[in-house]
Design a protein around this ligand. Structure first.
Ligand code: OGA
Ligand code: NI
Length: 340
């Protein structure tokens, strides 16, 4: 518990173990906060502009691997309640969170700091995180935090809505790829996990990171970013900042969608920088395949002029390798690539 950044960050100097090597630290560069990352209006998706929305999503997923959605159907009240209950969780007195703190890799609902393998970290990350499954709700809600008192009620409502939104986006993606409707609906997106990140103000944001460069192991990620900047995406070897937009969600393509789309869609690398003035809280909902789900390039995308880039594998095989490779994007997919 005392390892949590939020327990000691007031000390004011950045401990050596949080200092990234020069080649991966963010430095003092000014990173443009770009409006190049597409903002897609989902309010259009039910009308005659559905085809346009499908095209926008597909283009964004091919070029950036990232986009934001507005008019997505999740109410502003629910978004605010959810963000507030997460902030309140991290503000609870230590004794109310102590039972949830764990350094055990496989504990399903846990509060931890840095990465899932604190002792194995080369450099620690400037973040605390609360992580738990969200589906099926009746089963997993029992292990969620009991404080703040409205946590379970609000996060239950939120996770149901976020899964629905994710499924809607996956349907639009499958339409864009020319896959059968509902292609992603079953086992490929069955597991829903939330990861709530909390990044306290940091004494030297130029030397450390909240999350190091990675690509999500998920199928699709839906991020509630809040209103504090910190997320950066690598595009054409340059970092660009993802502008916090009021009432928008950030959506990104995970490694599993790269595989299913046979590399048509891009799982973009991203990282989180810290800031010295305000705490930042974000919540990522990962739509993942179930552990035993077979992931492979969609058969209908493979034809005379296109051979599969990946072999079929079980999602748990992928996860095992992802963790072993420390989330390194190239190496995470390497064992599943078909060569020649
Ligand atoms: C993640 C992630 C971004 C953020 O949790 O995988 O990339 O802004 N989070 O917190
Ligand atoms: Ni991520």
């Amino acid at each position: 518990m005392e390892k949590l950044v939020s327990s000691w960050f007031n000390n004011k100097t950045l401990p050596q173990s949080y200092i990234f090597p020069p080649e991966t630290r963010p430095g003092n560069h000014i990173i443009p906060r770009s409006n190049t990352i597409p903002v897609i209006d989902l309010g259009n998706a039910s009308a005659h502009d559905r085809t346009l929305v499908v095209q926008q999503i597909l283009k964004a997923s091919q070029e950036f691997g990232f986009f934001q959605v507005i008019n997505h159907g999740i109410s502003e009240d629910l978004m605010n309640d959810t963000m507030n209950v997460f902030k309140e969780f991290f503000e609870l007195p230590a004794e109310d969170k102590a039972d949830l703190y764990s350094e055990e890799f496989n504990r399903p609902c846990k509060l931890y700091t840095s990465s899932a393998n604190y002792d194995g970290d080369k450099v620690h990350l400037w973040r605390d995180s609360l992580r738990h499954p969200c589906h099926p709700l009746e089963e997993c809600i029992k292990i969620w935090p009991q404080k703040p008192t409205r946590y379970r009620e609000i996060v239950a409502a939120y996770s149901i809505e976020a899964k629905k939104l994710g499924s809607r986006i996956l349907d639009l993606i499958s339409e864009g790829l020319g896959l059968d409707l509902g292609y992603f609906g079953d086992k490929l997106s069955e597991s829903v996990v939330i990861s709530v990140n909390h990044y306290p103000p940091c004494p030297d944001p130029s030397l450390t990171l909240g999350i190091a460069k990675h690509c999500d192991p998920s199928l699709l990620t839906i991020l509630l970013q809040g209103d504090v900047f910190g997320l950066q995406v690598l595009n054409d070897d340059k970092w660009i900042g993802v502008e916090p937009l009021h009432n928008a969600f950030v959506v990104n393509i995970g490694h599993q969608l790269e595989v299913v789309s046979n590399n048509r869609l891009k799982g973009a690398e991203h990282r989180v920088v810290t800031n010295s003035t305000v705490a930042r809280t974000t919540a990522a909902i990962f739509l993942n395949p179930s552990e035993d789900c077979i992931v492979e390039p969609a058969k209908s995308l493979i034809g005379a002029d296109e051979s599969p880039v990946y072999r079929a594998f079980k999602f748990k095989e992928f996860l095992y390798n992802y963790v072993k490779m420390g989330g390194n994007s190239e190496k995470s997919l390497e064992p599943f690539k078909l060569h020649g």
